[in-house]
Design a binder for this molecule. Structure first.
Ligand code: ATP
Ligand code: MG
Length: 361
């Protein structure tokens, strides 16, 4: 039950919202409604899609953009599907080209050619299948692909290719929202996309998941242990799965919790580095650091007090930073309490480590 790779079997998909999301996705695909699955990192977005593809045998092409999350610019030549289950041998040369089936020596010389090949591919598939799924994992990366206008492409699919349905995931919900939200240049786009939000598990779900999995594996545990694991790992499915796995491998509670926390902190450090690669200003680290100092969060004014003089930035810049941090899912903003707070415990610890690296204290 404790997998550290995306879940593919429905019986291992735990959590009320996750199960509801699977149902909603099925409904949307039947209606051919474009869908964005949004939620924080490690919450199980990819799992929902993988379970869906496994359960219902749709034809699909799956683009995984997650390897590019840390890259400010991505070449169109890197855009090849990670998985697909279409019959490729009958496709035209151009279609095969954009699937990366034809090798490098005949790669198109520029993005326009590539984009045209991609459009031809999609047109062909649109003619061939009743309901083909184009899946784009971590779709907030799309605007950074050079040479291909991905958003234009989605709009084109939506307007002219009735047999293709697009499913996206975004672990930086606000950033994907920004792409999907209507603006003067893309007035229609947002209306096509249904959003499904996947939250972290509730405390009860986290505890239930651990109890069930440990019981199944015949590992005894106490209520206090699963409670502590849920709390410490902030109810994040991916981190709890890791904790569970360590326990089934023979570690006791404390060992497994240290191991899982370190795993989580490490992953968050990589994510932070990736984020800072794209938003390259130290003020982001300082803002996160200020928030990580406080267990119950800080008001806008308190953050300004910590950050503005340290980084010599304007109040307006701070607003932008906070907006992007909330969009990324790393910081949460409680409107009632008028406070900003770091979203997860392991993230707060990762922030401390990164801040040390940047000499912030
Ligand atoms: N609903 C669930 N039931 C059981 N395990 C889950 C569930 N959701 C996620 N997991 C576990 O959490 C881990 C992360 O899941 P997954 O890769 O699907 O999340 P994600 O949201 O796509 O993460 P990322 O932001 O890294 O792309 C996996 O090891 C998976 O086994
Ligand atoms: Mg994923």
């Amino acid at each position: 039950m404790f997998e550290t790779r995306p879940v593919t079997n429905e019986k291992n998909l735990y959590g009320k919202k996750h199960k509801e999301a699977l149902k909603q996705l099925k409904k949307n695909v039947e209606e051919k409604t474009f869908t964005a699955i949004l939620g924080p990192r490690r919450v199980g977005k990819t799992s929902i899609i993988r379970v869906f593809l496994n359960k219902y045998r749709y034809r699909y092409i799956y683009y995984d953009l997650s390897p590019f999350m840390s890259k400010p610019g991505i070449s169109y030549t890197e855009l090849t599907p990670a998985m697909m289950n279409i019959e490729t041998n009958e496709l035209s040369y151009h279609a095969q080209l954009s699937l990366g089936l034809v090798r490098l020596d005949v790669k198109p010389e520029n993005g326009v050619q590539f984009q045209n090949a991609l459009i031809n591919l999609l047109r062909e598939l649109n003619g061939k299948y009743d309901n083909l799924l184009v899946i784009i994992d971590e779709a907030q990366v799309m605007p950074r692909i050079r040479g291909v206008n991905m958003l234009g492409l989605l709009q084109l699919i939506s307007n002219t290719m009735d047999n293709i349905t697009v499913i996206m995931t975004g672990s930086m919900p606000g950033l994907l929202e920004k792409i999907l939200s209507p603006s003067a240049s893309q007035p229609m786009f947002a209306r096509y996309v249904d959003r499904i939000h996947i939250p972290r598990w509730t405390r009860e779900e986290s505890m239930g998941y651990l109890k069930k999995g440990l019981h199944k594996a015949k590992v005894s545990c106490t209520r206090a242990e699963v409670e502590e694991a849920a709390e410490e790992l902030s109810n994040v499915p991916g981190f709890l799965a890791y904790y569970g796995k360590q326990r089934t491998r023979g570690m006791n509670h404390s060992e497994a919790l240290v191991e899982a926390s370190n795993y989580a902190i490490n992953i968050w450090e990589q994510d932070l580095e990736a984020f800072l690669n794209i938003y390259s200003t130290r003020a982001y680290v300082t803002t996160l650091w200020a928030l990580a100092q406080s267990k119950f969060g800080l008001t806008r004014k308190e953050i300004a007090g910590e950050v503005l003089h340290r980084e010599k930035i304007s109040d307006r810049s701070l607003s932008r930073i906070l907006r992007n941090l909330v969009s990324s899912g790393m910081v949460e903003h409680s409107k009632e309490r008028r406070k900003y707070i770091i979203a997860e415990n392991p993230l707060a610890k990762a922030v401390q480590n990164i801040a040390r690296k940047y000499n912030i204290y």
